[in-house]
Write a protein that binds this ligand. Structure first.
Ligand SMILES: [Zn+2]
Length: 215
């Protein structure tokens, strides 16, 4: 089932490795099929950039395996909790890119310092409250941090990005990592400025309309 979407997931995993957005066995990617509520998700453990379409598991929203011989990622509850809470997201990427992870270690949110980012993320990228990886508590905390946003930082861990499709979730991941890099560099320069509040408000309103129109 869903051979084309599985191929898309496999390609995204390779892209993430090449671009330094993820590495080795870490990270996981899923796509939700609306209507039937099937979720295509990466397996636990294996090096992600060398996965093939047969390694992608199809699960139900309650987590039971429908197709595939692999064990789904330990972060499955994180993915299904996001889909259950936010009807407008159909793709979730979790990764450990260097710069966002640096903010995750500092437990520092990523402020909306670049106008473009507000359009794609909705505002400040919040840091979820801490909970161990793979836990239901982490899933709940991330869902909270994602309210009105398409990305959230997982403390001492990494990042989650979401979209109406995989392409959009990947776009958000690339943007958030670049934004984190620029933000950290600007902090080293010692001066942080933000776009005017009314610009942030206008752009976040555009984001909300674009996201909510998908419901
Ligand atoms: Zn992780």
């Amino acid at each position: 089932m869903y051979e084309e979407l599985k191929k898309e997931i496999v390609d995204v995993l390779k892209f993430m490795e090449i671009k330094g957005l993820n590495h080795g066995r870490s990270g996981n990617v899923s796509v939700r099929i609306k209507g039937v509520d099937h979720v295509l998700i990466t397996p636990s453990g294996l090096p992600k950039a060398s996965l093939s379409t047969e390694d992608i598991v199809v699960v139900s929203m309650s987590g039971e395996v429908i197709e595939g011989s692999r064990k789904p990622t330990v972060e499955l509850p994180l993915h299904t909790a996001i889909y259950a809470s936010y009807n407008y997201f159909n793709a979730v990427i979790h990764a450990h890119p260097i710069y966002v992870t640096a903010l995750a270690i500092a437990r520092e949110p990523l402020p909306p310092v670049i106008e473009e980012a507000v359009l794609y993320v909705g505002g400040e990228v919040r840091v979820a409250e801490y909970a161990p990886f793979g836990s239901r508590e982490l899933a709940e905390n991330v869902v909270k941090a994602l309210e009105g946003r398409s990305a959230a930082i997982l403390p001492n861990h990494g990042v989650v990005t979401c979209g109406k499709n995989l392409e959009e979730a990947l776009e958000v991941l690339v943007l958030v990592e670049r934004l984190a890099q620029s933000y950290i560099l600007s902090k080293m320069l010692g001066k942080i400025t933000k776009p005017p509040d009314e610009v942030i408000k206008y752009l976040s309103e555009l984001f909300r309309r674009r996201v909510l129109s998908l419901e």
